[in-house]
Ligand binder design. Structure first.
Ligand SMILES: [Zn+2]
Length: 113
């Protein structure tokens, strides 16, 4: 398994999980801890909202029961992984937070106004 493999290959989801991650109406929200994934396919999406944490550029864990109790990545982690722009945004946000906590100030950025 090469590190350049697409994130989805590294998560090794089942075909069923992959299909659900594609067709269900997920909504994504960047939060400090990672990505909040809301399943808008449900009548009450708020009750189907789970935090997916990002580590080393991959959706690393999810707070949903399926991710805890089943083998392989859950549909929330896969849903983030197959939406490259969401995953990239989450990775960038994480990198920025790491820079901030390591003491590099925004003022040191030559691109800052
Ligand atoms: Zn999940």
């Amino acid at each position: 398994m090469s590190p350049s493999a697409h994130p989805i290959e590294r998560l090794e989801p089942t075909q069923r999980t992959l299909r659900r991650a594609q067709y269900e109406a997920f909504e994504f929200e960047l939060v400090a801890q990672g990505v909040l994934v809301r399943n808008a396919s449900h009548a009450n999406p708020e009750a189907h909202e789970y935090l997916v944490t990002i580590e080393n550029g991959l959706p690393h864990s999810c707070r949903c029961p399926a991710d805890e109790h089943h083998q392989g990545a859950c549909k929330h982690r896969v849903a983030v992984a197959i939406r490259t722009s969401v995953l990239e945004a989450a990775c960038n946000a994480q990198r920025i937070r790491e820079l901030q906590t390591s003491g590099v100030q925004a003022a040191a950025n030559p691109l800052a106004p």
